[in-house]
Design a protein around this ligand. Structure first.
Ligand SMILES: *Cc1c(COP(=O)(O)O)cnc(C)c1O
Length: 395
């Protein structure tokens, strides 16, 4: 017996559910890439990306995924043999660091823990030790999509300045941009990057980088620059150069529609919506933990991200059986545990085009799976989630 039909619910942290407006925006003929309309589309999106990152710096749009944007940041600011510091809090900052290692950069990882956020005081202490100022760049993620942590980017920015260090500060906002507050300039971030297929509700294939003047000055003598990623080549007036070739016309139409939706909603409401829906998920999970087999991966409640929740299953219960049940019986795709959490955890994503029925539906299906699989859990998780929402969304 299955109770699935119709559209699958995607509760994975990317690619995320695309709004119908975004899908429809792509159903049209291509644009003449030498036309004024093309230039207008590109110019408007660059303005919007700066607005999303909250920077007066420069924005670049690449045909790439997040891994491409990582490489764009590294190649534009570093030379072979440079030292950088990677702040570990899960899997993604270290993944970015692995790319740097492969490019000939010396990577030091400030050891973290998959169950907690980066400690700004540890960042400050490490940078103070670097009396020769060898560290050129500090890398961190805002939300680590594997661990489900949110790092305090403002506090890390402060710690770097408190150490009196001149390293550039680069932040991965792939799993948070558009969903949680991000303040590139106010938080002292020199370079930020993101991608289209998570909070921005657009197909995979577009990557975004924003850089301030300090980063662009460093860029001038970066030895790892290559023609495709190079900021300088993309900064001129010639439109064709802005994408190092043909523009990804349909993805840009999709992004235009997605940003228009976010603008109509307002970013503030999007942040609030993500926070409330995340609270609903966390209330349900907190109730389920009473059975002893379920736990939050991130131990401190304040360090749990508003875009994805990573849930550990203990006591010999296999999260893959739960995921299999949700997907095969109900058509709900949950995120799998990755890296050190493989076979130990599953993830519920709540980022981008999500609303109360989608989140409550997903939680209902997870609870159904816990029942059907005989996984011990506290009763009433969905009820707790509903109460969180009704308490915070008054009539
Ligand atoms: C998904 C993700 C990435 C990688 O993005 P791809 O588009 O898959 O290359 C990088 N960082 C974070 C935090 C992510 O969630």
């Amino acid at each position: 017996m299955v109770v699935r039909a119709g559209r699958e619910f995607l509760a994975i942290p990317g690619p995320t559910t695309m709004p119908d407006e975004v899908l429809r925006a792509m159903h049209r003929p291509a644009l003449d890439i030498y036309s004024a309309d093309m230039v207008r589309l590109t110019d408007g999106l660059h303005v919007d990306m700066r607005r999303l990152f909250r920077t007066s710096g420069h924005a670049y749009i690449y045909i790439a995924n997040g891994h491409g944007a990582w490489e764009a940041v590294l190649s534009n600011t570093l030379s072979r043999g440079d030292d950088i510091l990677v702040l570990e809090s899960g899997r993604f900052a270290t993944g970015w660091g692995d790319a740097a290692t492969a490019m000939g950069v010396n990577v030091e990882v400030l050891k973290g823990d998959i169950r907690r956020a980066v400690r700004p005081a540890e960042v400050e202490a490490r940078l103070r030790q670097d009396t020769e100022r060898r560290i050129r760049l500090v890398l961190v993620v805002q939300v680590d999509t594997a661990s489900g942590v949110v790092n305090d980017i403002a506090a890390i920015g402060k710690a770097i300045r408190a150490a009196g260090h001149d390293a550039l500060f680069a932040v991965d906002a792939v799993a948070s941009l558009g969903c949680m507050p991000f303040e590139m300039d106010a938080w002292g971030v020199d370079i930020a990057m993101s991608a289209s297929q998570k909070g921005l509700m657009t197909p995979p294939g577009l990557a975004f980088v924003a850089a301030n003047d300090r980063a662009r000055r460093r860029h001038r003598d970066a030895g790892l620059r290559t023609p495709y990623w190079d900021w300088t080549l993309r900064e001129g007036q010639e439109h064709y150069r802005k994408y190092s070739g043909t523009a990804p016309v349909h993805l840009l139409y999709a992004l235009r529609a997605a940003i228009d939706l976010l603008t109509a909603e307002t970013l503030e409401n999007s942040y609030r919506r993500h926070h409330l829906l995340a609270q609903a998920v966390r209330q349900a999970v907190a109730t389920w933990t009473e059975g002893g087999a379920i736990a939050f991966n991130i131990t401190a409640p304040a360090e749990r991200a508003d875009t994805v929740t990573t849930i550990r299953l203990d006591g010999g219960h296999d999260p893959r059986a739960l995921q299999h049940y949700c997907s095969e019986k109900c058509g709900v795709a949950l995120g799998t545990g990755i890296g050190d959490l493989s076979g130990k955890a599953f993830r519920i994503a709540h980022m981008g085009h999500v609303n109360a029925p989608m989140v409550l539906g997903t939680l209902g299906v997870v609870e159904m799976a816990l029942n059907a699989l005989g996984i011990p859990h506290g009763r009433g998780g969905c009820d707790a989630a509903i109460r969180t929402l009704s308490d915070n969304v008054p009539a």
